[in-house]
Design a binder for this molecule. Structure first.
Ligand SMILES: [Zn+2]
Length: 362
């Protein structure tokens, strides 16, 4: 894989990635006149839950479902309007989000606490939000990228995770994809995102606490115990030499999979070349099952759970959560009173049934 770094009109970085060892010429200049990105995001501490909340009020003006001929993630064609990607063609492109929730160039001058709430500490919304464009072709999806491009995307995720993890102040790197208008995706061009947070996210904190609790109670290794049980259990949907995808025993979404490598690694950069090839293969397999389960592709969220940068790395086990809010054609699961109010999930499906359904998708 080779990469080339360029700048957009407002100073944001854009990276072009290509398979092979010879970087294609990347000389296109962004012709737009864009104001410098100003970010006044801040983090506020919720003293009751003990969690950070990011406030990014400047994001209200972001692009919402533009028509396909004005897609900002398509390449800039000679006869078309300039997009976010100045080159006329590319394999995978990554750039800093124009409306970032977290940015390295954030305004650092924030008061110590929220007005009238001394327990609600404030911090600048430091971090980085990147957009990963999987292909220059607008009407594709991850499931139809093919093994070589999917492998390149895996390498790009690993590259970004390693680089962002090295940024002073970054504590966790989250690689994810939202797919489908039904879950609020504002751009249909195949793309994912990467958030580099200046804190360890609530989900990862909670899992690390469970690992510790399990060790104290049983002397065992929670991740290893779960992976070993599920690999030989009734909810496996797909597997290859290096990876197993299964419906978790206590799944909370109508369709949900977890994808674990067989070897314990903390994050994507730690995967070997063979494991990355196998990941590309099984990703296409399971996303294909999600796409073909009903007449139209299911909307989904694909979320990489990587180890934090600074602690808990030896306890962590890299895995992907893949889930859909679609219960049936035309029906979505909404997070209502119990889920939104109390964080207590009520599922209408049985994980064992869902595994059987996904196994039988052809
Ligand atoms: Zn497009």
């Amino acid at each position: 894989m080779v990469r080339t770094s360029r700048r957009l009109a407002d100073g944001r970085e854009i990276l072009y990635f290509a398979a092979g060892t010879q970087a294609p010429q990347r000389t296109a200049v962004d012709p737009r006149e864009l104001p410098a990105v100003s970010t006044r995001s801040q983090l506020r501490w919720d003293p009751l839950l003990g969690e950070w909340v990011a406030l990014a009020s400047h994001r209200q003006s972001r692009t919402f479902l533009p028509p396909a001929d004005r897609c900002p993630l398509c390449p800039t064609r000679p006869d078309g309007p300039p997009t976010e990607i100045p080159e006329a063609g590319f394999e995978v492109a990554v750039f800093e989000n124009r409306f970032p929730a977290l940015a390295t160039a954030v305004e650092f001058d924030v008061p110590p606490s929220a007005p009238g709430a001394p327990l609600t500490q404030l911090r600048p919304g430091f971090g980085r939000c990147e957009v990963v464009v999987f292909t220059s072709e607008h009407d594709r999806s991850f499931a139809t990228l093919g093994p070589e491009r999917a492998r390149l995307v895996v390498d790009v995720w690993a590259d970004r995770t390693a680089e962002l993890s090295a940024v002073e102040g970054v504590e966790q790197v989250h690689v994810f994809e939202n797919s489908g208008e039904e879950i609020g995706v504002t751009l249909s061009h195949p793309h994912g995102q990467i958030y580099a947070y200046p804190f360890v996210t609530p989900r990862v904190e909670k899992v690390l606490a469970s690992v510790e609790r399990h060790r104290r109670a049983t002397g065992g290794d929670l991740f290893a115990d779960v992976v070993a049980a599920e690999r030989s259990g009734p909810r496996v949907v797909a597997a290859n030499e290096h990876w197993t995808a299964f419906v978790p025993a206590a799944a909370r979404w109508p369709y949900e999979l977890q994808l674990f490598p067989h070897r314990r690694v903390p994050d994507l950069p730690a995967l070997t070349g063979e494991e990355r090839d196998a990941l590309a293969g099984i990703s296409l397999d399971v996303l294909g099952r999600f796409a073909r389960r009903f007449d139209t592709p299911m909307p989904y969220i694909s979320s990489w759970n990587q180890a934090p940068v600074g602690r808990g790395r030896e306890d962590w086990w890299l895995h992907l959560q893949l889930f859909s809010l679609r219960r049936a054609p035309g029906k979505l699961k909404y997070l209502a009173g119990s889920e939104s109010g109390m964080g207590a999930f009520i599922s209408d499906t049985t994980p064992e049934d869902v595994a059987e359904q996904l196994r039988s998708v052809r």
